[in-house]
Ligand binder design. Structure first.
Ligand code: NAD
Ligand code: 5JK
Length: 338
């Protein structure tokens, strides 16, 4: 395993991570990349050997998925800092149809690129193939050439053609900008203040379920209060927000609040005073006021299963899905704002 002296903060995704090359990449990353916090392995067919990797300090996340399915790729890519895309169909024997080879090698690569752009993953490494260059159908030798050696690449076979198209897509995507908010946020709330957050999709699901079940179980459910909950992690308000802002390039600076609480209180009261003074002229409604500051600095988390016991509620969306959907929602908000 890599030396843990360096901060373990990076999330890598390896597509095709259970393949011949992919497995080597996975094992090499665990040995040679000390900054690795999470290693996601995305593959159509997950290998049993992955289990043995889950005992180390790096979080190893096996994701069974298909690169031809854009939503599966997006869910796997969201939050990754680096993607190594090795997934592909290596077939020069006619086992797979040209359409299937194209779907996996070209459309699959398109899906990986779009997922990176959408979720702000800046670094993509693509495994191409020598066959992108040749040998061509004219049998021209390529003798000890390098990346700059001129050669007439002519592709007729589905596999080399798919690899050439995919490589071109990757090269063209170089420099494309996703939602990279960039910049830094300075911590204002102690990381120890724990807040409970719930994905809106799970809140909506609970409403639908309780409305349905209430009609059948009015005696039990009538007049009851149910907390909304899911598997979202308990974190400070700012640390939780970073789950979505981090993949978009923002960084939360400081392990402790930048400003002392008394100064924040003073600023909050000044905001409240300004709001009162300016009200006849304009609406001044900043984030920071005595109420929001008090809320931000007060631990408030729930842990309950009452909804599950009373009407069988289970979150519809996992934490990973909730996070992916939220990041994607942020991307769409940003693109519509541009
Ligand atoms: N093996 C070689 O000689 C060679 C040479 C040059 C380039 N390449 C390229 O290297 C990459 C890996 O090749 P390999 O030799 O490891 O092949 P491999 O078949 O051993 O591995 C490919 C992996 O991709 C996965 N995969 C296939 N279709 C998928 C899909 N739709 N969704 C998700 N995963 C899918 C497979 O399950 C497999 O684990 C490929 O892109 C290939 O074109 C291989
Ligand atoms: C130091 C300050 C600038 C930080 C400001 C953060 C502040 C705007 C946040 C912190 C807590 C947030 C509230 C909390 O998540 C819970 C709720 C209850 C919900 O019913 C409505 C939203 C609300 C009030 C959040 C609003 C934004 C708050 C106050």
């Amino acid at each position: 395993m890599a030396d843990s002296a360096q901060a373990q903060e990076l999330v890598y995704l390896v597509t095709g991570g259970c393949g011949f090359l992919g497995e080597h990449v996975v094992r090499m990353l665990l040995q040679q990349e000390p900054r690795l916090r999470e290693l996601r392995i995305f593959d159509l067919h997950l290998g049993p050997w992955l289990e043995e990797l889950k005992t180390g300090p790096v979080q190893v996340t096996a994701i069974q998925g298909d690169v031809t399915q854009a939503h599966e790729v997006a869910a796997a890519v969201a939050g990754a800092h680096v993607v190594i895309h090795t997934a592909g169909l290596v077939d020069v024997f006619g086992r797979a149809s040209p359409e299937t080879i194209h779907a996996v090698n070209v459309q699959g690569t398109k899906n990986v690129i779009e997922a990176c752009v959408q979720t702000g993953t800046q670094f993509l490494v693509y495994t191409s193939s020598m066959e992108v260059v040749g040998p061509n159908i004219k049998g021209h030798p390529f003798y000890r050439g390098n990346e700059d050696t001129p050669y007439e690449a002519v592709h007729r076979h589905p596999y080399p053609r798919s690899k050439a198209l995919a490589e071109q897509l990757v090269l063209e995507a170089n420099g494309r900008k996703g939602l990279r908010l960039g910049g830094r946020l300075f911590r204002a709330i102690p990381a120890s203040v724990e807040h409970g957050r719930v994905y809106v999709g799970n809140v909506a699901w609970m409403h639908v379920l309780v409305a349905r079940e209430l009609q059948e179980r009015a005696a039990l459910m009538g007049g009851q209060v149910y907390f909304c909950y899911d598997k979202s992690p308990y974190k400070s308000y700012e640390d939780f927000n970073m789950e979505f802002l981090g993949p978009c390039g923002l960084r939360l600076v400081g392990t402790r609040p930048l400003l002392p609480y008394w100064l924040l209180m003073l600023l909050a009261f000044l905001n409240a005073l300004l709001q009162w003074l300016l009200r006849p002229l304009l609406l001044y409604a900043p984030l920071l006021n005595p109420y929001t500051l008090a809320m931000a600095n007060t631990t408030f988390t729930v842990s309950t299963d009452k909804a599950q016991r009373h009407f069988g509620y289970e979150p519809l969306f996992s934490w990973e899905e909730s996070r992916t959907r939220t990041v994607r929602w942020m991307q769409t908000m940003d693109s519509s704002a541009q």
